[in-house]
Design a binder for this molecule. Structure first.
Ligand SMILES: [Zn+2]
Length: 270
């Protein structure tokens, strides 16, 4: 008897809401995760992450989980760093105090190249920029909140995005990488095929452990320096025929894309 996992239940609620259907947990003995009562729609839930393969990423996750609760921020920040930084285990604890000082100085972004020149010239923000440069921060940007984040218990934090795996040109390329990663998961199409449902939905969670070149378009609200390359893909996904619908949703940003077999649509505030 397989238990329903929180990620599965969350995906199910999203699909039910967007499609206006009802789904029942069906994976009690290894089949597809969910089915409509009449059996015409099947849903399988999966995740694409590579966190376990990567020591630096694991160390960063520990640092993010621990946070820096003593250093309050006035807002959330998006922080980009390269892949192979030493001491990732204490990254947030070293970076957050400097970000708090940046806020205090009235700054809303940080660029490492500009900051390096500033430090060489020994200008007024050098003492704040130096620890950020030493920690390997490439860019940091204050992120205005989406309207749904008005929870009084919300604590502002750093959203750390780690680079690596090369850069990508836009959403189409990110989609290609995702399809590549999915092609190694043979179980998903197999379960969907065996469900014999007419509509066979694959729901893919992305999170902060997902490779940067896959998750980037959906990772956060589009940062100000992005050039508009991160909207819905423009190409048809090359899917296993067992998959008729593809959902790609990021757990952090609650944004996603839905392919319904004919076109893409954007999903937000999920
Ligand atoms: Zn916040």
């Amino acid at each position: 008897m397989n238990q329903e996992r929180p990620n599965e239940a969350h995906a199910k609620r999203i699909v039910e809401q967007v499609m206006a259907i009802q789904l029942d947990h069906a994976d009690t003995h290894g089949g597809v995760d969910y089915l409509t009562p009449d059996g015409t729609v099947a849903l399988e839930v999966t995740a694409v992450t590579d966190g376990d393969k990567d020591g630096a990423r694991q160390a960063l996750r520990k640092s993010v989980n621990k946070g820096a609760p003593a250093i309050a921020l006035q807002g959330c920040w998006l922080v980009f760093t390269g892949e192979a930084q030493p001491r990732m285990k204490t990254f947030v604890q070293r970076v957050q105090p400097a970000i708090a000082e940046l806020e205090h100085a009235g700054e809303t972004d940080f660029f490492n190249q500009r900051a390096a020149i500033h430090v060489l010239e020994e200008r007024e923000l050098s003492h704040i920029y130096r620890p950020l440069l030493e920690a390997g921060v490439e860019r940091a940007s204050y992120v205005p909140h989406a309207p749904h984040v008005v929870d009084p218990d919300h604590i502002h934090q750093l959203h750390v995005l780690m680079g690596g795996g090369g850069s990508i040109s836009g959403s189409d390329e990110a989609l290609d990488r995702l399809i590549e990663a999915l092609s190694e998961k043979h179980d998903n199409p197999k379960k969907l095929r065996e469900s014999n449902a007419e509509q066979r939905h694959l729901f893919v969670w992305l999170n902060y452990d997902t490779a940067f070149n896959i998750a980037r378009p959906l990772q956060h609200d589009e940062p100000s320096w992005a050039g508009g390359e991160w909207g819905v893909p423009s190409t048809e996904p090359q899917l296993d025929p067992a998959i008729t619908h593809l959902w790609i949703v990021h757990q952090g940003s609650r944004r996603g894309w839905l392919w319904d077999g004919e076109s893409w649509r954007e999903l937000s505030d999920l």
